[in-house]
Design a protein around this ligand. Structure first.
Ligand code: PBG
Length: 329
């Protein structure tokens, strides 16, 4: 007796394994999240995200040049807003000379070919740490959506290539698209966080931007009335279908590693590119386990990130982008 097929033949050595490999990461797959702060000469490490930093605009320049030289061609900008500029309506988000608007210009002036995507959501600007305006304990949908559309327009005016709404209000993609068209920003794209789950993996990001929901009476303690319930799968398809109909150029699943099934579902139904966001908590878990010596940092990083592409992701937003590209060399 002998086995009918010997699958191990194609695994004999690295040469044959690389010949039959189905999924290969390249620098083109990555979108690099960047955190920006006011000030000068600042590169500060985020405590819950070891080896990840917030940059002031002068040092952002340096970082962007380095990314470009490594073959990383797109960034996703987030800003940390000083407390005294926060309010319920996120008024500062529309300031044409705000930190985000200046950051967009800095990146575009430093490396014009770099694709600049911007986070469109109220939470970094909200005194309550929510992605929309709050009234009587409720995160209002329609007024928030209108502010987000104005915010997207403001980013487009500053030079953003893509706006990336991460808020999960209903109808905001359509409102944003219509406003951009009316104002002649016909080439500004929309990457929608379409299937964004109410996850416990966003903690370190909220540390990075000081954007966690505040603990006050009458303020919702979590984002479950707008971000999706992780028990659900069909809902992700419905959200994504609607965002595509409303004009999204790219759709996204977030977080990543515990939502591989969703990435595959979305890949199968979507006629636009699918992005995944490997979020801050995923980054922190790998860092923490590696620090303890319990997991091999580079090995687990590559395994998890490759899984996103295998599951169907066309674009991977990852805090590991630089580390991975170094290893791919
Ligand atoms: C805010 C936003 C969040 C993230 C991206 N945009 C946090 C949240 O929804 O509370 C999380 C990213 C990460 O954890 O890395 N709209």
């Amino acid at each position: 007796m002998f086995p009918l097929r010997r699958n191990r033949r194609l695994r004999t050595n690295e040469s044959i394994r690389s010949l039959v490999r189905e999924t290969i990461l390249t620098p083109n797959d990555f979108l690099v999240p960047l955190f920006v702060v006011e000030g000068k000469g600042i590169k500060e490490e985020i405590p819950s995200m070891p080896n990840y930093f917030r940059y002031s605009l002068d040092l952002l320049e340096k970082e962007v040049k380095e990314l470009w030289a490594m073959g990383l061609k797109s960034v996703l900008l987030f800003v940390k807003v000083p407390d005294n500029l926060k309010d319920n309506k996120g008024t500062e988000a529309l300031n044409s000379n705000g930190l985000m608007q200046r950051a967009i210009k800095v990146v575009k002036n430093t490396v014009p070919e770099m694709i600049v995507m911007t986070d469109v959501a109220l939470d970094p600007y909200s005194s309550f740490g929510h992605d929309g305006v709050i009234e009587n304990g409720i995160v209002l949908n329609d007024i928030s959506s209108s502010i987000l559309a104005e915010m997207a327009l403001s980013h487009a005016k500053a030079g953003a290539d893509f706006v990336a709404p991460s808020d999960m209000m209903d109808g905001r993609i359509l409102e944003m698209r219509e406003l951009l068209e009316e104002e002649n920003f016909t080439n500004t794209g929309i990457m929608s966080y379409s299937a964004k789950y109410a996850s416990s993996l966003y903690g370190p990001f909220r540390d990075a931007l000081d954007s966690a929901p505040v603990d006050l009476v009458d303020i919702p303690k979590d984002k479950k009335t707008y971000q999706m319930d992780y028990h659900n799968r069909k809902e992700a398809i419905r959200e994504t279908r609607m965002d595509i109909e409303e004009g999204a150029d790219i759709v996204m699943v977030k977080p990543g590693i515990v939502y591989l099934d969703i990435i595959r579902d979305i890949k199968n139904m979507s006629e636009v590119p699918v992005a995944v966001y490997q979020v801050s908590g995923e980054y922190a878990m790998i860092k923490a386990a590696a620090e303890k010596g319990w997991l091999d940092h580079d090995a687990i990083m590559l395994e998890q990130t490759t899984a996103f592409k295998r599951a169907g992701a066309d674009i991977i937003a990852s805090y590991f982008a630089k580390d991975i590209v170094k290893l791919l060399k």
